[in-house]
Ligand binder design. Structure first.
Ligand code: NDP
Length: 450
């Protein structure tokens, strides 16, 4: 039996019911096989067994009071997966679907993503099954305070520095930071994604979406193509999707879709970004409001989606940017994308494509940018925020943006060169996983059995 199956069997026995984690682990373990077979050092050092086991997992109760004075209880998570390359770094997700397996898959992916940036960042992730939807600002604040009341003792600017993710944006980071400061009497860069007036970095808000588009442009340029003039499908309408759409417009592309958990919009004239920001960032409303102002756009509710598929991927286009959540792009969707003329898929979300969809992309020779590489701009800019906090300076928008562009170019080049080194130039899944793995594994070996 191969080491991949042995490892997965062991994980399933010791950590049952964590399907997303097995999915993420299988992808990495299968892609690094050519390296493991070539270099016995990694097997001799038992690196794989060490790497799939988190250094530390925190699970705690979060008790808070709602607006009706009822006591509510949620689960809080933080996984400190690997610190070989730096302090644990990875976002917090507040969503009812959050469980130990989701946090573990996200933390595992984060190790390799952070390694790819070349920056001193370990891998971690956290969150809660708390559902922010429909909660008042005061409830969100009390929840964040309760969550931080436990988490603060495990954080520190050189220990563990969380950021945002689904359901955690600027508002939540503010409340979390305020509580951390109150509990520790210390003003330190212990969270990223902070408001620009008190320690945040310019471009952090835009970084993941912008980064995914920069990555796609590098990828297309390597095939003598560009985004200019291309029609693009984008899913999601949160932080990553909004700034993906913004950068696509800036590079001359035409984004025609967006989605949320209830449905999707198709607007062949191009998504009205100002309206979308107003609905999602200001009003925190539903996409159905979009068609009230644009009756020429189409709205499809989730109940009208194809079985085992997502309508957003079934429109004609040349590029696709999944930017909502995991496994939102299935084999059925991948077939539709390929049939409809898509030549590039670049992932703003974490693990948005199922394993079967990825196989189809690679078979069809698509320019495919896996999330680990393509969405690393967010965490990379978080590290730039940490660097500014540590030196008590603030860089201009242009300076941070230039650095982000260089980081995304370097990630693309490293992934591409690594794929070529192993004779599979077009397979960036292999390129990103081997490049990320090699940096972490070498650091672990050099640091001894800890
Ligand atoms: P947001 O909370 O800002 O937005 C998430 C979007 O995805 C919303 O439109 C939401 O719709 C939709 N969505 C969430 N869950 C589901 C679901 N189960 N089914 C359908 N739609 C869903 O999150 P972000 O934009 O920050 O994150 C999006 C993705 O990008 C995630 O995979 C995240 O891990 C990844 N990512 C984010 C980074 C960042 O810097 N923020 C960095 C790297 C990766 P609704 O509002 O209706 O819930």
């Amino acid at each position: 039996m191969s080491y991949v199956q042995t490892t997965l069997d062991r994980l399933q026995a010791s950590s049952p019911g964590q399907n997303e984690f097995y999915q993420a682990a299988r992808e990495v373990l299968e892609s690094i096989r050519p390296l493991i077979e070539k270099d016995p050092l990694y097997s001799d050092q038992n690196i794989i067994e060490r790497l799939v086991e988190p250094e530390r997992q925190l699970l705690f109760r979060v008790t808070w009071q709602d607006d009706q004075n009822r006591i509510q209880v949620n689960k809080g998570f933080r996984i400190q997966f690997n610190s070989a390359l730096g302090p644990y770094k990875g976002g917090l997700r507040f969503h009812p679907s959050v469980n130990a397996g989701i946090i573990k898959f996200l933390g595992f992916e984060q190790i390799f993503k952070n390694a790819l940036t070349g920056l001193p960042l370990g891998g971690g992730k956290g969150g809660s099954d708390f559902n922010p939807k429909g909660r008042s600002d005061a409830e969100i604040m009390r929840f964040c305070q309760a969550y931080m009341s436990e988490l603060y003792r495990h954080l520190g600017s050189t220990t563990d520095v969380p950021a945002g993710d689904i359901g955690v944006g600027a508002r939540e980071i503010g409340y979390l930071f305020g509580q951390y400061k109150r509990l520790t009497a210390s003003y330190e860069g212990v969270l990223t994604g902070k408001n620009i007036n008190w320690g945040g970095s310019l471009v952090r808000k835009e970084a993941t979406g912008y980064g995914a588009v920069y990555f796609a442009e590098n990828l297309l340029n390597s095939r003598n193509e560009s985004l200019d003039g291309k029609t693009c499908l984008v899913s999601g309408s949160g932080n990553v999707a909004l700034y993906t759409i913004e950068k696509l417009y800036q590079l001359g592309a035409l984004p025609v879709t967006c989605s949320d958990s209830r449905g999707c919009i198709y607007h062949d004239r191009g998504i009205d970004l100002a309206l979308l920001k107003e609905i999602k960032e200001v009003r925190r409303g539903s996409l159905e409001e979009y068609i009230q102002q644009h009756p020429d756009a189409r709205y499809l509710a989730v109940k009208d989606y194809p079985q085992r598929g997502h309508a957003v991927w079934h429109f004609p286009a040349q590029a696709a940017f999944p930017s909502a959540t995991q496994n939102e792009l299935t084999a059925l969707d991948a077939k539709a994308l390929i049939q409809n003329g898509v030549i590039c898929v670049c992932e703003g979300a974490n693990m948005p494509s199922t394993a079967a969809a990825i196989d189809l992309f690679l078979e069809a020779g698509l320019a495919y940018g896996p999330g680990k590489a393509a969405n690393a701009g967010g965490v990379a800019t978080s590290q730039l925020e940490m660097a500014q906090n540590a030196s008590m300076t603030q860089w201009s928008f242009d300076e941070v943006d230039q650095r982000l562009q260089k980081i995304m170019r370097d990630i693309f080049t490293l992934s591409h060169q690594t794929a070529a080194e192993f004779g599979q130039e077009k397979n960036l899944v292999l390129g990103t996983n081997i490049a990320g793995f090699r940096r972490v594994a070498n650091a672990m070996i050099q640091q001894g059995a800890v």
